[in-house]
Design a protein around this ligand. Structure first.
Ligand code: 2HA
Ligand code: ZN
Length: 270
């Protein structure tokens, strides 16, 4: 077997989590990540016949039985992942019963997956129906996005319009807009169901006064979505309370979509 710590998916995940910490979006044990692995990712790196232990889950994931995910550990700090991936991350396979998972690697100090596993796996189930190539669900405590949620509240049209009007890139990168949940207790099946529902129509879900979920085909896409939303939110916060004379106009957003040729939430523009 080759060293799994050198597998490209592992190297990229560790770098991404380290980045999220350095950006200040993953204080303490904040944030969590799940990454759907394909056979070719783990071939030669992991013996999938060896089950370390079975871990119960609190919800039904029958739809994705047999799928294998790299998942951050509960209570673990993104800051520390690079120094000990095997303690801070785990590779799980959804077991036959759909209600538990087999640990194939990691959580070496007896730990288990993130408390947000319901939101992650429910989001994967939803996104795979919309986009069979979706592989990543990323949750992080993006600072300005949270700040903006303190001001605007959970109105998706108002929030999306504000993000689109701050910078040209916004509507290009997330033309479907952002989903937003009102404040909810985190770590529950309920917030998982609500998050997955939002992700039927978009790839981003903001949790009011908590953080953001970004999804995508790979780590770059999920990360790119999160950082573009966060950048727009930063611009919003830098200019809040000031006379914004040069916000992008609705007609200009329409021009952008016409020239770049993408579809977008037309009902969000006046
Ligand atoms: O894992 O971010 O939402 C810690 C969290 C909970
Ligand atoms: Zn969180």
């Amino acid at each position: 077997m080759k060293n799994i710590l050198e597998a490209p998916f592992m190297v990229e995940t560790v770098r991404t989590l380290t980045n999220l910490y350095r950006l200040g979006w993953a204080e303490r044990n904040g944030g969590n990540l799940s990454y759907l692995l394909y056979d070719e990712d783990i071939d030669g790196y992991l013996d999938t016949n060896k089950i370390i232990r079975n871990i119960p889950m609190s919800f039904d994931a029958s739809e994705i039985v047999g799928k294998i995910f790299l998942v951050t550990g509960t209570g673990k700090y993104f800051k520390n992942v690079q120094y000990d991936p095997e303690a801070n991350l785990g590779i799980i396979r959804i077991a036959e019963d759909g209600k538990s998972c087999d640990l194939l690697w990691g959580y070496k100090d007896g730990g288990k997956f993130t408390s947000e596993l319901p939101a992650h796996l429910m989001s994967h189930m939803t996104r795979l129906k919309v986009d069979p190539e979706n592989r990543v669900v990323m949750h992080t405590h993006a600072t300005n996005t949270i700040a903006m949620s303190l001001i605007l509240g959970p109105d998706e049209k108002e929030f999306t319009r504000a993000l689109w009007k701050m910078q040209t890139e916004s509507i290009v990168v997330f033309p479907e807009g952002v989903g937003i949940l009102p404040w909810m207790v985190c770590g529950t099946n309920d917030i998982g169901v609500a998050t997955a529902k939002k992700l039927e129509n978009c790839r981003i879900c903001i949790w009011t006064t908590h953080g953001i979920y970004g999804t995508g085909k790979d780590l770059d896409e999920a990360f790119g979505l999160v950082e573009t939303v966060e950048k727009a939110a930063q611009l919003y916060m830098l200019t809040v309370g000031q006379d914004r004379r040069n916000e992008i106009k609705d007609s200009e957003l329409r021009d952008l979509a016409a020239v770049f040729g993408f579809d977008y939430r037309k009902d969000y523009l006046d």
